[in-house]
Design a protein around this ligand. Sequence first.
Ligand code: FPP
Ligand code: MG
Length: 296
Amino acid sequence: MDLERQAIESVLPRLLPADGQWPSRLHRAMRHAVLGGGKRIRPILARLANRAAGGDPESITEAACGLELIHTYSLVHDDLPALDDDVLRRGRPTVHVAFDEPTAILVGDALLTEGLLILARYPAGSEWGPARAEAVALVAEAIGSRGMVGGQMEDLEATGQVAGDGVSGDPGVRLDLIHRHKTGCLLRASVELGALLAGLGVEERGRFVGFGQSLGLAFQVADDVLDATATTAELGKSPGKDAEADKLTWVTLYGLEAARRKLHELETEMIELATDIEGPDGALAAVARKVVRRRG
Ligand code: FPP
Ligand code: MG
């Protein structure tokens, strides 16, 4: 996992415009957001899924980093005063605190655009053309209004931060919808992207999609548990925000013990799915274990 992380860290800095390049305040703020923290789980998942699907992960590192820029955009916007209003992220001041709110909005816009641009450009070479087009569509669909942004909208409606259409009645159904979209879609797409860039067609990717979906849900349930139990030092962001904001989460709806039981169930499910893909005790199973046991 450390080597995987290093592979990402060694490529990310050169994919971002230099600090001094015009418009330098924006580029400095983009680099502040992306560099110097973050588990890099999405690009790591893409590389590991790629290897498990028979690809060469070295050829997809840039594309995988595109996912990290997109993920970072979502964090920068999520932290804004109009959304979660957080001052700390990855152990550092959030972008609107370190810079200012208008800059943070533009950092999100630019990281999203840059992430998709990277997916359209990498892996380089004309033989990758069709795969790149499919990759952009796969990721764009996962993060748009029917994916990650949709989940975020439902989250805001559930919290009462914005007026809702009142369509999602049952809180359990609503919670599942939020988690599977807000967090699950991009994590699932990360796993699926790795398989796609190994040359697997839609049907052959089915097992990867299943694993990615379970992992996406587990990741957010773990996040809910951590918000209720971890420290600022462990999280690199402020804990206790969910209860404070009256958020709909696994912990606020079902309680801590039920959330931990759910994580245990999801772990078993993920290990089975990973074993089906890569045999016993592979790299995807190790990530699954890490996701449910993480402390930050
Ligand atoms: C932490 O990731 C992030 C999540 C668990 C996802 C929460 C979902 C959003 C913030 C979506 C927001 C969407 C919009 C459009 C504002 P992580 O633990 O991998 O963080 P790290 O990269 O810092 O390690
Ligand atoms: Mg938040």
